[in-house]
Design a protein around this ligand. Structure first.
Ligand code: ZN
Length: 481
């Protein structure tokens, strides 16, 4: 089923870099061409063409141009999601040890349920800047899948009754993982120093040097993973990740348990829908649709920390994508600048992010009439205080898409006495002026190291997005408001 494919996607995507690399791999396989943002696209983009580009390797925009698209007459139908999740990241100086243990120093990225990171076998993954033989520098991805790290809890016997009741780990002092026993590391480094090549861990190294900032044992591991010399590693962005594979669970395998479902589940369903749509372009009759528009996915980094960055939804990515793609297809009449505004008015943005399913043991946290369930269909998220961008017309589009695609939708609004999360929806809406709706797959345990969604909801999400790319223009045309 699609949920198993989603699990495999997530297991290959421990970081936003890997998420975009995996998406890029699948897009290339489906005949998409990668564009460079720092090169001219004029003349390069063709009607009916399929393209994508990455920014920083951690955000990705992919799009399929309809055969009849032109600026001014066509719109851009976008499904947006985010590639990042709350994680522990290595600090710029990660070298740390205590009581004979070699540890790593980590930073909390985003609002994680940090207690779920205790007592799990962890790997490490990320992007490393490596110096090549010709003097150039490249960014290479690394994913150490074997368990090399663990953050142990404190045994119950050493905690007072108050401490047990309040389990409240200090984010600085209690979350630092153990990597190794120092005695073994010292023995090995000693052997290296006597052998060929020698370790660079000599005294007197500059404090900015990699081996002054990070444990030489860690650098050695990375070098062996990357097939380079320790000295070639210039810097990196590394993240801790769970080593337990994602899996279906429940008596009938009706649930999917995985890390980063928020929000890689939607990176996956949006990607699959774009590929499906791009390949269905040649089909006849019922399968056709959307030839006058551009179908697009936009996968952003940095949602978990507020989106305000060069690669976040609060930055210029979306507005630039609308502008840059439109201008490659000159209007049939009228000035370009006006055509761009017309295309913006004809465009639509589905902000896809996981939603809060009602929890059977904490049901009072939901208001009774707004209790999404796992496998109950795509959740339409509303919040008139603009934490979500949905309004009646944009919500209607999704309900109509669901009706036509024979999938279910359910409603969510947070209780008045409860804080509400936020998504990229209001962010993109305010940056671009494009009509926006907030939807998503219902989930439990959001921001845990392992979250859960309904397996069938993965399929519903994919079907809804495919239908959106195909039928949005038709539905929009029927709406006289
Ligand atoms: Zn999210």
């Amino acid at each position: 089923p699609l949920a198993s494919e989603c699990a495999a996607f997530i297991d290959r995507a421990p970081t936003p870099f890997h998420c975009c690399a995996e998406a890029a791999r699948q897009l290339v396989e489906a005949g998409f061409t990668e564009l460079a943002e720092d090169e001219s696209w004029s003349g390069a983009l063709k009607p009916g063409g399929k393209y994508f580009y990455r920014r920083n390797g951690s955000s990705l925009v992919g799009f399929a141009v309809g055969a009849e698209f032109a600026a001014g007459t066509g719109g851009i139908s976008v499904v947006g999601a985010h590639t990042d999740s709350p994680v522990l990241k290595l600090k710029p100086c990660s070298k740390r040890s205590a009581h004979g243990y070699l540890q790593l120093s980590v930073e909390c990225y985003g609002g994680g349920l940090w207690h779920t990171w205790f007592d799990r076998e962890l790997g490490v993954a990320g992007a490393v800047i490596v110096k090549k033989g010709d003097g150039s520098f490249v960014k290479e991805l690394v994913h150490v899948k074997r368990p090399i790290l663990r953050v142990p809890t404190l045994c119950i016997h050493l905690q007072s009754a108050d401490e047990r009741a309040a389990f409240a780990p200090n984010k600085e002092s209690h979350l630092q993982p153990i990597l190794a026993l120092e005695s073994i590391v010292k023995e090995q480094l000693g052997a290296d120093a006597n052998g060929e090549g020698g370790a660079d861990a000599a005294a007197g190294a500059s404090p900015a040097a990699m081996d002054a900032r990070h444990a030489p044992a860690l650098l050695k591991l990375l070098a062996s993973e990357l097939g380079c010399a320790v000295g070639d590693i210039q810097d990196f962005e590394l993240t801790l990740c769970d080593t337990q594979p994602s899996q279906l669970w429940g008596l009938h395998n009706e649930f999917l348990s995985a890390p980063r479902l928020d929000n890689q589940v939607h990176c996956f369903t949006a990607l699959k829908a774009l590929v499906e749509h791009a390949n269905a372009e040649k089909l006849e009759g019922d399968q056709r649709g959307g030839e006058g528009d551009v179908a697009m996915i936009a996968l952003f980094d940095h949602e978990e920390v507020g989106s305000d960055s060069t690669v976040g939804a609060g930055g210029p990515i979306m507005a630039e994508a609308l502008r840059r793609v439109s201008l490659c297809f000159p209007p049939k009449k009228g000035p370009e600048e006006e055509a761009l505004l017309l295309t913006t008015r004809k465009s639509f943005f589905i902000s896809a992010d996981t939603a809060h399913a009602v929890h059977p043991n904490w049901a009072a946290k939901h208001e009774a009439a707004h209790t999404p369930k796992l496998n109950g269909g795509t959740v339409i998220k509303s919040n008139d205080n603009q934490r979500y961008a949905t309004n009646a017309p944009t919500g209607f589009v999704v309900r109509e898409l669901a009706r036509r695609s024979k999938t279910s939708v359910q409603e969510f609004m947070v209780r008045n006495d409860c804080p509400c999360g936020m998504t990229i929806g209001p962010m993109v809406a305010s940056k671009t002026g494009v009509r926006t709706v907030d939807v998503g797959v219902a989930s439990l345990s959001m921001h845990s190291i392992r979250e859960t969604v309904g397996a069938d909801d993965v399929r519903s999400s994919f079907v809804l997005f495919t239908t959106f790319f195909r039928l949005f223009r038709e539905i929009d045309g029927a709406c006289k408001f």
